[in-house]
Design a protein around this ligand. Structure first.
Ligand code: PAF
Length: 178
């Protein structure tokens, strides 16, 4: 029977697992996703495993990167299938937070990256990069990885995240992958 990676749903449980790895001196790589995983995601996980002893994958459909007219509810979700797919490429822990874990009641901070966020995707989806930057900041601060891997497929997103990490001096290396 295929062994699925362990799943946690709270930042507290995540922190506990990561503390054990840190104690053993094991570097951590992170691959944030919105689930509905395909081969592209799995290749990011494989690369992450080459970069660090431990790999955390998050699955969180971020409501803040959907505008009211865009159908958040229709976004594909297949947690059971995703966990099955993650059994293979070397994922150690899957973080599947609820909305309240990322945006607790009263949460009202927005991360707005200027410059590279302008134009291209944001012409048709002006809210998008603020939603991405806010959730990625939250996730990076919860997971505290040494490296995080993002697809080059969303190239503008990759540049926004690199800018954000550099500007806020977050202690993580951002790696872009095909
Ligand atoms: O590229 C994605 O899947 C998402 O924008 C991300 C980076 C996981 C943030 O929700």
């Amino acid at each position: 029977m295929t062994q699925h990676p362990e799943k946690v749903t709270t930042a507290a449980a995540l922190k506990e697992r990561i503390a054990v790895w840190r104690k053993d001196g094991e570097p951590v790589a992170f691959v944030p996703t919105m689930g509905a995983l395909h081969d592209g995601h799995l290749s990011l996980v494989k690369l992450a495993k080459q970069k660090a002893d431990r790999v955390v994958v998050s699955i969180f459909v971020n409501p803040r990167q959907f505008a009211p007219g865009e159908d958040l509810d229709a976004y594909p979700r297949d947690l059971a299938g995703d966990l099955q797919k993650l059994a293979d490429p070397g994922c150690d822990l899957v973080y599947v937070p609820g909305v309240g874990e990322i945006y607790p009641p009263g949460f009202c901070t927005r991360i707005n990256v200027g410059g590279v966020s302008k134009g291209l995707c944001s012409t048709t989806r002006p809210h998008f990069f603020e939603g991405v930057a806010t959730v990625v900041t939250r996730l990076l601060m919860q997971v505290t990885p040494d490296v995080a891997v993002f697809g080059e497929k969303d190239y503008q997103q990759l540049l926004v995240i690199k800018r954000l990490v550099s500007d806020l001096a977050l202690p993580v290396e951002i790696i872009g992958a095909p």
